[in-house]
Write a protein that binds this ligand. Structure first.
Ligand SMILES: Nc1ncnc2c1ncn2[C@@H]1O[C@H](COP(=O)(O)OP(=O)(O)OP(=O)(O)O)[C@@H](O)[C@H]1O
Length: 639
């Protein structure tokens, strides 16, 4: 193992990697020879602070306290510390994911970090695997390649994908759906997806959490291999075993937002001895340093360690040998990258776009991906269609032939409201429940520059349309025919148009709620906010009887326009007298004249449906325009 590790330390950089196979700790791997060659990156940070606001008049809390550090290329770096020490926060700050409340300097290859350029050369893999469960590994990879490898023809993507999948041991699972992969395989797929555009710098938040010891060691071996190829790999890790700890080149130990140690893994034991807290014989140094960081050996020890490493400023415990090797690799890589390809850092400066492909291509790929998902999605597609058909049939049976019956006008009025509520609730709730999950994936992919928000937003707007229209049309045809509404194309067209617009407005409303709130809050808020909308629709309390000070509500509620449009399409357009066949012989059939119903019950003008269509379309456009900045704000608010 020693010899393998030495090989690892002296492995060639990204620019030098030969195309032949390499072995790391016995696991057969191949180098990622197809990937573009890039210059290694060193990250240095000075006096880094992070403060959060605890809320109105509750003051602030400092989480990261003036820490310093340096992460060199070709190294696998572990950020360690007890729970709550600030590991994930530090990773968020260094990766550029967290910006608000941060002060201090982050330098990249000796220059102040330019966030856009930095994002072009790095990636951040968060703890939870945010993957598209319905796509296979191969589909995930090829769609990611189409988004990320703008300069490489599509025909050349497969060798790159194969190479990465082979390296990560996922080739045999390429046809498996991501949702069915094991935890370790999902983690490796997350890494594989980001490797497609060969990031120079990889940040991983707890890549081994939830994995068994064998998967953990596979995962760390893989990261080691990627580091050997010249990348800078920084990951947080809880409490590694002694053998796993040895795999890391460099360790950064945090306790309560301060640095207790930073330097070579092998130097931690001598360091602890120098400070006066020697690691007991046969004790795992990783365990011991965590015990110290937790304060188990006394609070004073934490201060001693922070002072010993000058809160991360001291580079005394860096491995000199490593630095020589790294420097040699860096200069060699620089020389090769200038010869073979334009220097990636210079390219990053020239290229101002964050994404690698054009907006149109991004939209195309996202539509392709969305189409596959829609085809396979049991809830969003199959169940939705089924629910529409079943509810349509149920309502049809319940309100059988009520549409052309003068004695059942009030029943039909109830039916129109029931249809409206059905359209609103099914689409809105589905979006409220599913969009927060989608939002997690969006956040990851958008941060890692797969596509712009504009492309994403355009694609979801297009994708949602056919399925909404199909479900809505199926439902409308069933209910319309079973309840015997007037068989006139214009009336049916208006009825369907109103239904589709209500569905799309409700879906956009759900999108807004789903983007801003969690599933729990959204599930509570969306129906609760819909109640006033229903109140103001003019059902139950007629528009005429609405108090003057609440009249405004009737103009805001999209359901009012929906209901008015329905009533207009069914009873407006000078509809002739309705039949009263089922009323008993001597009963007076009051509402056989549609105008009576329009004036007495609905209090609506039966010829307003054109205005209703226009207003609903206007509300839809307005909400869609509002949803984009809201989504954008939400995407950046966390940072
Ligand atoms: N917005 C916030 N408001 C208040 N405290 C916060 C906020 N964000 C983070 N913290 C606190 O900052 C500290 C560091 O959190 P962080 O998630 O970075 O810890 P960690 O070392 O990654 O822990 P773990 O290993 O358990 O994931 C914690 O005590 C956490 O409660």
């Amino acid at each position: 193992m020693e010899s393998v590790m030495r090989e690892a330390v002296e492995a060639p950089s990204v620019a030098e990697v030969p195309a032949g196979p390499t072995r790391v700790n016995g696991s057969p791997t191949i180098t990622l020879s197809h990937l573009p060659k890039r210059e290694p990156v060193e990250v240095k940070f000075q006096d880094l602070n992070y403060t959060v606001s605890l809320g109105f008049r509750k003051g602030q809390k400092k989480i990261i306290h003036d820490v310093n550090g340096r992460f060199c290329p070709s190294q696998l770096i572990a950020i360690m510390g007890p729970s709550g020490a600030g590991k994930s926060t530090l990773l968020d700050i260094l990766s550029g994911y967290r910006l608000t409340g941060v002060s201090g300097d982050v330098m990249v290859n000796g220059r102040p970090r330019n966030l856009d350029r930095f994002r072009r050369m790095s990636c951040y893999i968060q703890q939870d695997d945010r993957l598209h469960a319905l796509l296979t590994v191969q589909e995930n990879m090829s769609l990611a390649a189409r988004l990320k490898l703008g300069s490489i023809p599509r025909t050349e993507h497969q060798p790159i994908i194969d190479e990465i999948l082979n390296t990560l041991g996922l080739k045999h699972h390429s046809e498996t759906r991501t949702g069915r992969l094991s935890g370790g395989q999902k983690k490796r797929l997350s890494i594989a997806l980001e490797l497609i555009n060969n990031p120079l710098l990889m940040f991983l938040d707890e890549p081994t959490t939830g994995l068994d010891s064998s998967s953990t060691s596979q995962c760390v071996n893989l990261l080691k291999l990627l580091a050997m190829q010249g990348r800078t790999i920084v990951c947080t890790i809880h409490q590694p075993s002694a053998s796993l700890f040895d795999q890391f080149d460099h360790v950064y130990v945090l306790a309560r937002g301060r640095c207790l140690y930073q330097g070579a893994t092998k130097q931690i034991v001598p360091y602890l001895a120098t400070i006066g807290v020697p690691c007991p014989l046969f004790h795992n140094p990783a365990d011991f340093v965590i015990e110290l960081a937790c304060g188990e050996h006394g609070e004073d020890k934490i201060d001693m360690l922070v002072a010993g490493t000058e809160n991360g400023k001291s580079s005394r415990w860096f491995e000199n040998h490593n630095e020589v090797v790294v420097e040699r690799r860096k200069s060699e890589a620089r020389r090769l990258s200038v010869e073979l390809l334009p220097n990636m850092l210079e390219m990053a400066e020239l290229n101002t776009a964050l994404q690698d492909v054009t907006t149109m291509r991004q939209v195309g790929v996202l539509l392709n991906r969305g189409y596959i998902k829609i085809k396979r999605d049991q809830t969003m597609t199959h169940m939705r269609l089924l629910v529409n058909v079943i509810v349509g049939v149920l309502l049809g049976i319940l309100f059988w032939q009520s549409g052309d019956e003068g004695s059942r006008v009030l029943d039909n009025w109830n039916l129109l409201f029931a249809i409206l509520v059905h359209h609103m609730m099914t689409t809105m709730m589905l979006t409220v429940l599913t969009f927060p999950t989608e939002m997690q994936i969006l956040r990851k992919e958008h941060f890692n520059r797969w596509y712009s928000l504009k492309s994403y937003y355009m694609s979801i707007n297009i994708l949602e349309l056919p399925i909404s229209v199909i479900c809505c049309t199926a439902f409308t045809i069933i209910v319309y025919l079973m309840s015997a509404q007037p068989l006139e194309w214009v009336r049916f067209g208006v009825f369907l148009g109103i239904s589709i617009l209500v569905v799309l407005v409700a879906q956009t409303f759900g999108l807004l709620v789903g983007a801003v709130f969690s599933v729990v809050n959204g599930t509570f808020l969306a129906p609760t906010l819909s109640v006033p909308m229903m109140m103001f629709a003019g059902f139950g309390v007629s528009l005429r009887d609405m108090p003057a000070y609440l009249k405004w509500g009737t103009y805001v509620s999209y359901l009012r326009y929906g209901l008015e449009g329905y009533v207009g399409s069914i009873y407006g357009r000078n509809r002739t007298t309705l039949g009263c066949t089922s009323s008993m012989e001597f009963h007076y059939c009051h509402y056989k004249y549609p105008t009576k119903f329009l004036t007495e019950i609905a209090n609506m003008d039966g010829n307003m449906y054109n205005v209703d269509l226009i207003v609903l379309a206007g509300i839809l456009v307005l909400l869609r325009l509002v949803a984009y900045p809201v989504l954008r704000w939400k995407l950046f608010a966390m940072r």
